[in-house]
Design a binder for this molecule. Structure first.
Ligand SMILES: *Cc1c(COP(=O)(O)O)cnc(C)c1O
Length: 366
């Protein structure tokens, strides 16, 4: 008998694990203060936007993107300090590059491993690409558990290890010696995801040529260009050449390329915005920690993870903030180690002040 409804046919066609999923939630943020997605709260200056408008005007939309990205690569290498001897690959956001790595490395059932909780997309991309994901729990105070990592690496022999440096959603930056020990032990590739590097004042990039089994993943999303969808991967040219084979041919659209090249000519604007967010981080962390029953975890990113205890659980505070049109990320139920935790992006000084007074109000009213 032929199926009559889409649902019938889907049940027999779409993978069971995909049917069981719900789509990645992106909540609407109409009119409020948006501190839930580690976006930069600052927009580009008008002069830069006008330069972008001109570049877009001069871009031919009827042609596929050029295969030769030498000029863009030159600009990106210069702007972000990629060593001359390293290769570079561009992605439609670094999310796409995560997929390319797993697709190129993992046979069905091979293991992808990461400390956990970390960036949820490591887990999702691994599973979508038929790999097995192993998350190695952080310690109770949300630090890297190096002995557990080394033990899990020995046990599972992962093809790929992802390390977010600093880690999302906890904010911690794993010590160099621990990262080096993981690189020295892992039997496959180690991906150092430096999405938050501009806020950490720390990078592995300068050491990349001495690390033949590690690659560095970066994005411009957290430094003011989340809408552009651009990420880059750098590492030994032989690794890059393998990942390039699974890249969709025209993954980087012409508008992204045109706008990015303009913005990189004004890179100091991005650097100043990042410096501002870095400077605002400690005062915000201290003010949050001064609230009753709030624990703040040390962060090297453009966000702060805070745990609410006593009478106020994470869900209550999240909802109360939402009622006041302040959107933060509720990670309370994402992992037992994150119970009652909210992840708060650093906003403009005015937004940070509004957040703090809303929290004072909420916590006092209980
Ligand atoms: C946000 C984030 C990314 C995703 O970046 P896109 O370039 O926007 O896809 C990658 N890694 C980590 C750890 C992140 O937090």
């Amino acid at each position: 008998m032929t199926s009559r409804t889409a649902a019938d046919r889907i049940a027999g066609t779409v993978r069971a694990d995909i049917r069981a999923l719900s789509a990645y939630p992106v909540p609407p943020a109409a009119g409020g203060i948006k501190l839930d997605a580690m976006e930069c709260p600052y927009e580009l200056p008008d002069a830069v936007r006008e330069d972008i408008a001109r570049a877009v005007h001069d871009t031919a939309l009827n042609r596929y993107p050029a295969g030769d990205t030498t000029e863009l690569a030159h600009d990106v290498r210069k702007a972000f300090g990629i060593p001359a001897e390293s290769g570079v690959l561009f992605g439609n956001g670094s999310d796409e590059l995560i997929h390319l790595i797993v697709q190129a490395c993992c046979e069905p059932g091979d293991t992808v491993l990461s400390p956990w909780p970390s960036f949820v997309y490591f887990d999702m991309a691994a599973r979508f690409d038929h790999a097995r994901f192993v998350g190695v729990p952080l310690t109770a105070d949300l630090q890297l558990d190096l002995p557990a990592m080394l033990q899990a690496i020995a046990q599972h022999r992962p093809k790929v290890v992802f390390l977010a440096l600093p880690n999302n959603p906890t904010g911690g930056l794993w010590p160099d010696e621990a990262v080096q020990a993981i690189i020295d032990t892992a039997p496959g590739l180690v991906v150092l995801d430096e999405a938050y590097q501009p806020f950490a004042d720390h990078t592995w990039m300068t050491r990349l040529p001495t690390l033949p089994h590690a690659v560095i993943l970066r994005t411009v999303s957290k430094i003011g260009l989340a809408g552009l969808r651009f990420g880059y991967l750098s590492g030994h040219p032989d690794w890059i050449a393998q990942f390039d084979k699974v890249r969709p041919p025209y993954n980087l659209n012409v508008l992204t390329q045109a706008a990015l090249r303009v913005v990189l000519r004004h890179k100091s604007v991005l650097d100043q915005q990042a410096a501002q967010l870095r400077a605002d981080r400690e005062p915000l962390a201290r003010a949050l920690a001064d609230l009753p029953d709030v624990t703040v975890f040390p962060s090297a990113g453009n966000f702060i993870l805070a745990r609410f205890s006593g009478e106020f659980d994470g869900n209550t505070v999240h909802l109360a903030l939402k009622t006041r049109k302040i959107l933060v990320k509720n990670v309370s139920s994402a992992h037992p180690l994150l119970a009652n935790c909210l992840r708060i992006s650093i906003g403009t000084p005015a937004e940070n002040t509004a957040l703090l007074s809303a929290l004072q109000d909420i916590l006092r009213s209980h």
